[in-house]
Design a protein around this ligand. Structure first.
Ligand SMILES: Cc1ncc(COP(=O)(O)O)c(C=O)c1O
Length: 486
C-alpha cells in the first residue's frame, strides 16, 4: 500500500498509515479510540480513516515537542524543499510562528519595527512580548482602494535613526492580503546591514516557492524567519502552518513554540503539512498554470463592463514591486456597488464564495483546483455586471478608514492591555488611552492599538462604521475599552 501512493515521500503520513494497519488496541488518548468509541453519526460522516489517523505520541510516531523520528524527518524534508536550515510544523496557525519568534527574539521594552497594516497576530505578539512598536505607515492607492507596502526609504530612515545602538526586530508582511509585495530583498538587506533580525509574515505566500512567476520567497530574499500559512493556499488542513528558519532555530525558538502551541498537537494537522509539502513539490507545473490563469482572467474580467481586475496597475500602488498572480482582485467600483455587495450577490446568485471583500474590491484565491472553474467564474462576473446595469446599484454607505492618521502612542501595548480598564461609550472616549485593538474587518487592519490615544477623527470613523453595519472582532456595541483613569 505504501509504495502504491508514494507514502514513502511523506514520512509522517507513512508512519500513521502503517500504525493504523497494525490493529493495535487503544488504551490511550484520544477518547474516540480510533473510531471504536466515536459517536456513530459523526463516525459515518467523517469516515474510518480520520479516526484511525487521529493519533497521539505513540511508539514510532515521534513527539512534536522534541522531534527525533518521523516528525523530525518530515520537518527536514519541508526545510529542504522551502530552502530553510530548519522548519517547524505549526498546529496553531501562522499565528504560532509569529508569536514564537517575537517572544524569542524580542522582549519587554525592546523595539519591534512593523507595518501598521500588520495582522492582529503581530499586534498580539507585542502584547505578549512587551515590546515597543515602531509602526511604519503604508499608503493606499486612491484609484484602486488597495493598501500598498512599506516604502524602503521610510524603513531605512527608521532603522538608521536608532540612536542607542538597539537592534530592533523587523516584522515584514509579504505579501499583504491582496497579494501585493514590496521590495523585500532590499528591505531585508538594509535591516540586516543594521544588525536587525527579520521575521516575515508570509501567511499568504507558501506557494511562492513553486515558480519564478510568483514573488520571491521570504527565505530567498534573505529573511531570518518566515511564517507561512500552509492551510491558506496549499492543501494543508486549517490551522496547519510552517515556521522556516534561515539558520537552526535555537533553544529560545523551541521554548517559545512550546509556549504558544498545544502539548497535544493534532497528528492530522501535522500529517497534512507533510502532504502539503509533497503535493506542492509535485504540482509546480500546475502552479505555473495557475499564474497564467490569473493573468488571463485579469484580462477577461477587465473587458466586462464595470469591472477591473488590475494586473500591471498593481505596480503603481505605493511601495509595491511584485504581485501574486494567483490572488485575483476585482474592483467593482464601476458597477456602482461595494465589494461587500458584489460578494453577497455572487454568493446568493451563483454560489461563488470569495475570500474577502472590501469597499471597492473582492479578492479571490486561485489554486490548481481552480483551473477547471474559470468558466464558472467568468459566468459569475458577466452576470453580476449585467444585473448591476439593470438595477441602480446601492450607493456606498461604508466610511473609509484609509486616511486616518497614526494615533499617538502613550503606553506599550502590553502596559495598556494589563492596566486596569473600563468600558466607556464611544462619546466619552476622546483623549483616553485605548486598552484594546480595533481592527475593522475586512480587511482587519488595526485603526487603534492598546496604548494609543483616542482622537476625534477615529471616534467619528468608529461611529460611522457601526452605523453602516460594520464591525470588528471583540466589538461591544457603542463601547470602547480604555485604560482606567486615563
Ligand atoms: C497576513 C496574515 N498574517 C497572519 C495570519 C494568521 O494566520 P493563521 O490564521 O494561520 O494563524 C493571517 C490570517 O489571516 C494573515 O492574513
Amino acid at each position: 500500500m505504501v509504495g502504491d501512493i508514494g507514502l514513502e515521500k511523506m514520512p509522517l503520513l507513512a508512519a500513521l498509515a502503517s500504525h493504523a494497519g497494525e490493529g493495535y488496541i487503544s488504551f490511550h488518548t484520544p477518547g474516540h479510540k480510533q473510531g471504536a468509541g466515536a459517536f456513530p453519526e459523526w463516525y459515518k460522516l467523517l469516515g474510518d480513516m480520520v479516526f484511525q489517523l487521529d493519533l497521539t505520541e505513540l511508539p514510532g510516531l515521534d513527539n512534536l515537542q522534541d522531534p527525533q523520528g518521523v516528525i523530525a524527518e518530515a520537518q527536514a524534508r519541508a526545510a529542504s524543499y522551502f530552502g530553510a536550515a530548519e522548519t517547524f510544523f505549526l498546529i496553531n496557525g501562522t499565528t504560532a510562528g509569529i508569536l514564537a519568534v517575537m517572544l524569542a527574539v524580542s522582549g519587554p521594552g525592546k523595539k519591534v519595527v512593523l507595518p501598521r497594516v500588520s495582522h492582529q497576530s503581530v499586534i498580539n505578539g507585542l502584547i505578549l512580548s512587551g515590546a515597543k512598536p515602531v509602526y511604519l505607515p503604508v499608503e493606499y492607492s486612491p484609484d484602486l482602494g488597495l493598501p500598498g507596502q512599506v516604502a524602503t526609504c521610510r524603513l531605512e530612515k527608521v532603522l538608521t535613526g536608532e540612536d542607542n545602538g538597539e537592534k530592533p526586530l523587523l516584522v515584514l508582511l509579504h505579501p499583504n492580503y491582496y497579494g501585493l509585495a514590496g521590495d523585500l530583498g532590499q528591505q531585508v538587506k538594509t535591516a540586516q546591514r543594521e544588525g536587525c533580525v527579520v521575521l516575515v509574515d508570509e501567511a499568504h505566500g507558501a506557494h511562492f516557492i513553486t515558480s519564478e512567476l510568483f514573488p520571491v520567497t521570504a527565505l530567498r530574499a534573505g529573511a531570518d524567519f518566515a511564517a507561512q500559512g500552509a492551510h491558506k493556499v496549499l492543501g494543508a488542513f486549517t490551522q496547519a502552518a510552517f515556521l522556516h528558519c534561515r539558520e537552526k532555530g535555537g533553544q529560545r525558538i523551541r521554548a517559545a513554540l512550546r509556549m504558544v502551541q498545544s502539548s497535544s498537537p493534532s497528528y492530522l494537522l501535522m500529517a497534512s503539512l507533510d502532504v502539503a509539502r509533497c503535493q506542492c513539490e509535485q504540482e509546480e507545473e500546475q502552479w505555473e498554470a495557475v499564474a497564467h490563469l490569473g493573468h488571463r482572467l485579469r484580462l477577461q474580467i477587465s473587458r466586462i463592463p464595470g469591472l477591473l481586475a488590475p494586473g500591471s496597475e498593481l505596480l503603481e500602488v505605493p511601495g509595491v514591486c511584485e504581485y501574486d498572480p494567483s490572488r485575483l482582485i476585482v474592483n467593482v467600483r464601476g458597477l456602482g456597488i461595494t465589494g461587500f455587495e458584489a460578494a453577497d450577490w455572487l454568493y446568493r446568485q451563483k454560489k461563488i464564495l470569495v475570500e474577502m471583500a472590501d469597499l471597492d474590491n473582492i479578492v479571490l484565491i486561485l489554486s490548481p483546483a481552480s483551473l477547471e472553474k474559470a468558466d464558472l467564474l467568468m459566468d459569475g462576473f458577466s452576470s453580476l455586471s449585467a444585473a448591476c446595469s439593470t438595477s441602480s446599484g446601492k450607493s456606498c454607505s461604508f466610511p473609509d478608514f484609509r486616511g486616518l492618521p497614526l494615533p499617538q502612542q502613550l503606553l506599550t501595548p502590553r502596559e495598556a492591555f494589563f492596566a486596569d480598564s473600563s468600558l466607556v461609550p464611544l462619546d466619552s472616549a476622546l483623549g483616553k488611552i485605548a486598552a484594546e485593538v480595533i481592527s475593522p474587518y475586512p480587511p482587519g487592519v488595526p485603526v487603534l492599538c492598546p496604548g494609543e490615544r483616542i482622537d476625534g477623527e477615529l471616534l467619528e470613523f468608529l461611529h460611522d462604521w457601526e452605523r453602516a453595519g460594520g464591525s470588528w472582532p471583540g466589538r461591544k456595541k457603542g463601547l470602547i475599552k480604555i485604560v482606567a483613569g486615563s
